[in-house]
Design a protein around this ligand. Structure first.
Ligand SMILES: C[S@@+](CC[C@H](N)C(=O)[O-])C[C@H]1O[C@@H](n2cnc3c(N)ncnc32)[C@H](O)[C@@H]1O
Length: 703
């Protein structure tokens, strides 16, 4: 989606400036020289325009609705004057023109995009036929910017939540000021759906569970304030179809909760609530609401586009028979610009038997939705809830899930149980929200120092220390403040490692940078865990994810290469060669076994490394991505049980779909696509730890 809020008109003046950036690996503030249009390039490159224009179903259905509506208006003897709000590349305006509109006015608020639209319209022979207004629609004046009101509005201003990009106000203003009394709109209407479900997997992303020891006895219990917290109401947008079927139990069928009539002349309400009395299909805890929407593009309701997950998709039978070689979850049209959402119910409601009735209250304001489920009908409107316990406001959903991730926690706890000596060990824990480090206190360590400079994370851990009556824990703000004698007496240094500034898995190498600060003061026998880390690369064939960076070329017969060029120019300046993505949401097949591309020993962290190699592809396919992740080695005993991986959760077999850890984002590099087959991938890694630089390059090689 295009984001206009941070648009700066200064992008046209090309100057460079220095801006302060925290290097996640060194933790240092560094000054980076950047062209002062850097923000603009980031905006353009990361806006995901490509994905939207690769959404063939969206494009085809908008075009079909324009043809149908304009055809019907003309048959009825009406002139057709189209307004395209948020024209982007100008695509919908060009469609309207080709469908026979008398006049087309396009407006675009994001100036670089509007300038690009002007060039695209020109290149497609529509430069003098579409009136382009470089303004927000709410600033348009009839008589000044447009000679007359429009009688057909086409716009694509929707997001995963439907209304998150401000559609309610934009439509209200358009009907008040810019559209005739009898104006039609494409899309004409939207319907929003909710399905109540129990899902221990998603619940794990929303609340902190008790941390058990290896025998299953409680080691750390969450304090009352965490149990009482209602969590954040904000949506959790996910590719819902990719949730493993075994990870959730639907408690209701999908139900329609709101309708938005974009054509209605009366204003669309900025706030609404809907109370539904539902019956559970089976016993379970109402923990979450799955949410999606569909749109009728035309007034007659013939052209429907649904964002439903596969199990609720209206065309699933037809799609499944057409896409026999795809997993069922992937037969529905793919898009990343509109996903589905999970909303967490503030207090899960236990439904003890099938048929039990309960009340689902659904709310929206101008930009967002929230939900609640209760046994009794609520007496008054349920207010949007927010985090009151520090957990949700400090940590991402994937990190909260990771804190609860049992197989992973067990590996760390096994190490701690085997390595700590009760009443003897003195542990320094590095990392944010390191509950496992805190567990070393519950496991009997003589003293535990937690380096936790983050205010809210520290407050959270302090409450856990208090609730669990841990006596020997001390918090440390700055490592420099720890006395040399205390550092010398440490027996263990422990990390997961996890740091709040980390985006890519190896950003957590900050652990190594912290170690360097204290290395000379440590005793020679101190045990450091993890002792090393290995980065692996895996060439893959994505079913869809590569589209977010793939050029469009032509879309429904319109030439959008000028748009591709604009995105490419921005991507060169603003997009890093490896980006973080939660790969469990984006199926891909492995094309080779994973290969190690870097190994870092934390006791020698300052060593620079420059490595090269080649990965031979073992399975035919188009190598449209390289996945990268870190395996943390807790000890050097060589046991697979001492490895905690942020990559695949099952062994990788070339030619098969990769199962990814669902609680971290992996790194992805999108190679320049080539139509020719490649036989191998040459790679090189450059690691300069003291500068915090870790760069990869991948070059496809032809047979
Ligand atoms: C999702 S894109 C759609 C682009 C294009 N219509 C398409 O379908 O490919 C939405 C565009 O609307 C623009 N936009 C959002 N609100 C707007 C407004 N009120 N007036 C003008 N442009 C707006 C954004 O800058 C963005 O370029």
């Amino acid at each position: 989606m295009f984001i206009i809020s941070r648009f700066k008109s200064r992008f046209l003046r090309k100057m460079s400036c220095f801006s302060q950036v925290i290097n996640p690996i060194t933790g240092e503030n560094t000054w980076q020289e950047r062209e002062d249009d850097y923000d603009y390039h980031q905006e353009v490159a990361n806006a995901g325009f490509g994905d939207m224009l690769h959404d063939w179903e969206r494009n085809q259905k908008y075009f079909a609705a324009l043809r149908k509506t304009i055809g019907e208006m003309r048959s009825a003897g009406r002139e057709v004057h189209v307004l395209d709000i948020g024209t982007g590349t100008g695509i919908l305006s060009m469609m309207a023109l080709e469908a026979g509109a008398d006049t087309v006015t396009a407006c675009e608020a994001f100036l670089p995009m509007a300038n690009c639209a002007a060039k695209i319209l020109e290149a497609n022979g529509a430069g003098d036929k579409v009136r382009l207004i470089r303004k927000r629609s709410t600033e348009i004046l009839i008589g000044e910017d447009m000679p007359r009101k429009a009688n057909l509005l086409v716009a694509e201003l929707l997001d995963t939540e439907l209304i998150g990009e401000g559609a309610i106000s934009i439509y209200n203003h358009a009907h008040d000021e810019l559209l005739t009394e009898d104006a039609l709109c494409i899309p004409a209407r939207a319907r929003c759906y909710a399905q109540v479900a129990q899902t221990p997997l998603a619940a794990q992303w929303n609340s902190l569970k008790t941390l058990p020891n290896l025998d299953g006895e409680a080691l750390l219990r969450p304090p009352e304030q965490l149990k009482a917290c209602q969590g954040e109401a904000a949506l959790h947008d996910v590719q819902l179809s990719q949730l493993p079927p075994s990870s959730f139990r639907p408690l209701t069928d999908p139900v329609e909760i709101f309708q938005f009539d974009f054509q209605r002349k009366a204003p669309r309400e900025k706030q609404r609530e809907q109370l539904l009395r539902l019956q559970s299909k089976q016993p379970g805890a109402a923990e979450v609401v799955f949410y999606w929407w569909d749109i009728h593009l035309d007034d007659g309701g013939d052209i429907l586009l649904s964002c439903a997950p596969y199990w609720a998709h209206p065309d699933i039978k037809e799609l499944a028979s057409k896409g026999k070689d795809l997993p069922l979850a992937n037969v529905v049209p793919w898009r990343d610009h509109w996903m589905q959402a999970i909303y967490y119910i503030p207090k899960p409601l236990q439904l003890l038997e099938a048929g039990q009735a309960f009340h689902l209250s659904c709310h929206h304001d101008e930009y967002s939705l929230w939900f609640d489920a209760r046994a009794e009908k609520p007496a008054k409107a349920v207010r949007r809830h927010t985090c009151s316990c520090d957990l949700h406001m400090t940590y991402s959903r994937s990190r909260i899930g990771q804190m609860n991730q049992s197989p992973r926690n067990k590996r760390y706890l096994r190490y701690l149980e085997e390595s700590l000596e009760a009443g003897q060990s003195r542990v320094l824990v590095l990392g944010n929200g390191c509950l496992l480090g805190l567990a070393s206190s519950a496991l009997g360590a003589a003293s535990v120092k937690l380096h936790e400079p983050h205010r809210f994370s520290r407050r959270l851990l302090e409450s856990i220390v208090k609730h669990n009556e841990l006596k020997n824990v001390q918090f440390v703000d700055k490592l420099e403040e720890v006395e040399a004698s205390q550092l010398a007496s440490l027996t263990h240094i422990f990390a997961e490692p996890y740091f709040l500034n980390a985006i890519l898995p190896w950003d957590n190498f900050y652990f190594g940078s912290l170690l360097l600060k204290i290395k000379d003061k440590l005793s020679s026998g101190v045990k450091i865990s993890p002792c090393s880390a290995r980065i692996y690369a895996l060439p893959v064939e994505f079913l869809d994810l590569h589209k977010i960076r793939a050029p469009i070329g032509s879309c429904e017969g319109f030439d959008l290469r000028l748009f591709d060029e604009m995105v490419e120019r921005s991507a060169e300046q603003a997009v890093s060669l490896v980006e973080a993505q939660p790969l469990w949401e984006y199926p891909c097949r492995a094309l080779a076994p994973p290969q190690q591309v870097l190994s870092v020993d934390f006791s020698k962290f300052s060593e620079e490394m420059h490595l090269k190699g080649s990965i031979e592809l073992k399975h035919p396919g188009s190598c449209n991505g390289v996945a990268l992740w870190v395996d943390w080695q807790l000890t050097d005993d060589g046991s697979p049980r001492s490895i905690v991986s942020s990559g695949p959760s099952e062994p990788v077999t070339p030619g098969e779909f990769v199962q990814w850890d669902m609680f971290v984002r992996q790194g992805v590099h999108f190679p320049r696509t080539t139509k020719e087959a490649i036989s191998s991938l040459d790679w090189s890694t450059d690691f300069r730890p003291l500068l915090g630089e870790l760069n990869f390059s991948f070059k496809p090689k032809k047979p």
